[in-house]
Design a protein. Structure first.
Length: 155
């Protein structure tokens, strides 16, 4: 059960978490991902000991978005195979590349780093603190994301 302090924490950070999740999973599913992540955080036995609740919630949203993408990817593969089978096609057609799909091809951590860098205008050290990783990891993930996007969009 959420305490009054938990409700206030949610009110304080919900808008920014939804913006963050929008980049990670899209606008249609962002609020659901945030809700699932926040409820899981509140139910965690370690929640009472968390000192930086904002950073903890950002990481929870990141992890929940990764789970969301795994579930969605499995569902889409099943649907493509079933649709192709219904049409008598042995192999489903390959998807065309667009910017949304290019971003979706990034790992959840890479999307998070890209979002926090370009939309929230955070420095690598602030992103590292928020995501609970090293600054080197942030820089490496940003470089990999840029390279991956460049390759996809140039192809």
């Amino acid at each position: 059960m959420a305490t009054a302090d938990d409700v206030e924490t949610y009110r304080q950070h919900s808008a920014e978490l939804i913006r963050y999740a929008t980049v990670l999973v899209g606008p249609a599913d962002a609020a659901d991902v945030v809700t699932d992540a926040v409820l899981a955080a509140f139910a965690s036995p370690s929640w009472a000991d968390v000192t930086n609740r904002r950073a903890y919630l950002y990481r929870a949203v990141l992890h929940e978005s990764a789970s969301f993408h795994r579930r969605a990817g499995r569902r889409q593969r099943r649907e493509r195979v079933a649709a192709a089978r219904d049409r008598g096609i042995a192999d489903p057609p390959a998807d065309t590349v667009d910017a949304h799909r290019a971003l979706a091809a990034l790992s959840a951590q890479q999307r998070a780093v890209v979002y926090l860098t370009y939309w929230e205008d955070l420095t690598p050290d602030r992103i590292a603190a928020l995501l609970g990783v090293t600054e080197g990891t942030v820089r490496k993930q940003l470089a990999r994301a840029r390279d991956h996007l460049r390759r996809i969009l140039d192809a």
